[in-house]
Design a protein around this ligand. Structure first.
Ligand code: ADP
Ligand code: MN
Ligand code: MN
Ligand code: MN
Ligand code: MN
Length: 380
């Protein structure tokens, strides 16, 4: 680090600026900057954007804060709040445009390396009230002692589709289609799998960032992939999914690949893109937990419309009853049934305990919102 900063270029730059006194000052600045660490402040805007292949509800945003001291802690409370121009992200009016970024989760920055960090933030308005787009605060508000006692865990299967610049699905023949679906899910080989270098780089980055990522796989539609975050607690799930989404977009800059979370990027006989959310409580994980799983499903069956209304933009194009989904207006559950709304995995049925899988959320769902609805409608 020191060697790099006292390189010939920096010294030449310092020497080039004027009188001996100013030269001295300039050197001092160069030395102080040797301590500087970069913190990438990340947030989501809650704006419908990304015109490419349909809307994505949460657009990731970030900017870099240079901290003039070494970073010695990953405690978000030790990072300063910051602000941004909310009028440029659809979060404020131009006349009163400042929004506050409050650090909530900090991890190593796997791209910059060194002691640099990523800082996930939630958004407050100028009066320090959670912004209306701040779904994290809404989740935090319902976590009471009863919820904590049940120690809910989530496994979030984040599917996404890779696009080339211009919106063409990555790896698909120009102006045409690949072979029909069949060989692509968990596939291997040059003719079946498109975009693995980005998926691998993303997995590496998530691991280096210390995220709890449990795997990746190529999906049913070629050019479509999945990574899984979890099992993680409620807030952690949202924070880590958001950082993983940001990393995917950021690495896409290097690979020249756009990742979209649009629920149905390709009309017709092609699978949509979802975010199955696996969910368990302490009662479900204990012996005889099937009873708690069934009770949770019974309660979920009564608030299907509420979930559907918040499970992603454009999800109606995906939940058709075909392509491993249940029709959007129907609530059905079943063991090992991939055409259900809620699936009980076969190993869970055999063990009589474990977790359930909510198959309804679209890939562009807000993870804090799925987690909040599952907790609210099964535990509270
Ligand atoms: P699928 O067979 O549906 O493709 P995946 O293996 O992709 O399932 O994802 C399952 C997810 O469920 C993983 O993220 C895993 O960590 C998570 N998971 C496993 N056990 C639990 C549990 N008890 N509670 C919540 N999530 C769990
Ligand atoms: Mn500016
Ligand atoms: Mn999966
Ligand atoms: Mn999948
Ligand atoms: Mn699944």
């Amino acid at each position: 680090m020191a060697a790099a900063l006292s390189s010939k270029a920096s010294i030449a730059q310092a020497v080039a600026c004027g009188t001996p006194a100013r030269r001295q000052a300039r050197f001092a600045v160069v030395r102080v900057n040797a301590l500087a660490q970069k913190a990438e402040y990340i947030w989501y805007d809650g704006q419908e954007g990304q015109a490419v292949k349909g809307a994505v509800f949460n657009e990731m945003r970030s900017k870099t804060k240079v901290l003039q001291k070494p970073i010695t802690s990953m405690n978000p409370a030790e990072f300063p709040e910051w602000s941004f121009d909310g009028s440029s992200t659809g979060q404020a009016e131009g006349k009163n445009s400042d929004c506050i970024l409050r650090p909530v989760y900090v991890c190593p920055d796997p791209i910059r390396g060194g002691d640099n960090v990523l800082v996930m933030c939630d958004v407050l308005d100028a009066e320090h009230v959670p912004h209306e787009t701040n779904s994290r605060a809404k989740l935090e508000a319902i976590i009471n002692d009863k919820v904590k006692e049940e120690a809910p865990l989530f496994g979030f299967e984040q599917e996404y589709t890779m696009l080339a610049k211009g919106g063409h699905i990555y790896g698909w023949p120009a102006g045409g289609y690949p072979a029909p679906q069949g060989p692509f899910y968990c596939g291997v080989g040059f003719e079946s799998v498109y975009g693995r270098p980005l998926a691998e780089a993303h997995l590496d980055a998530c691991v280096k960032a210390g995220l709890i990522i449990s795997g990746i796989n190529a999906e049913v539609m070629p050019g479509q992939w999945e990574f899984q975050i979890g099992p993680t607690g409620p807030l952690e799930t949202g924070d880590q999914v958001m950082i993983a989404r940001w990393l995917l977009h950021r690495l896409g800059e290097e690979f020249g690949i756009i990742s979209t979370f649009a629920p149905k990027p390709m009309k017709g006989d092609w699978n949509g893109t979802g975010a199955h959310t696996n969910y368990s409580t302490k009662s479900m994980r204990e012996d005889g937990g099937m009873k708690a799983i069934e009770a949770a499903i019974e309660r979920l069956s009564k608030c299907h419309p509420e979930h559907i209304s918040q499970y992603g933009t454009g999800n109606e194009e995906r939940l058709t009853g075909k392509h491993e989904t249940c029709d959007i207006n129907t609530f059905r559950f079943g063991v090992a049934d991939r055409g259900s709304s809620i699936r009980i995995p076969l190993p869970v049925q055999l063990a009589g305990k474990g977790y359930l899988e909510d198959r309804r959320p679209a890939a562009n769902v807000d993870p804090y919102t799925v987690v909040r609805l599952l907790i609210k409608n099964t535990l509270l």
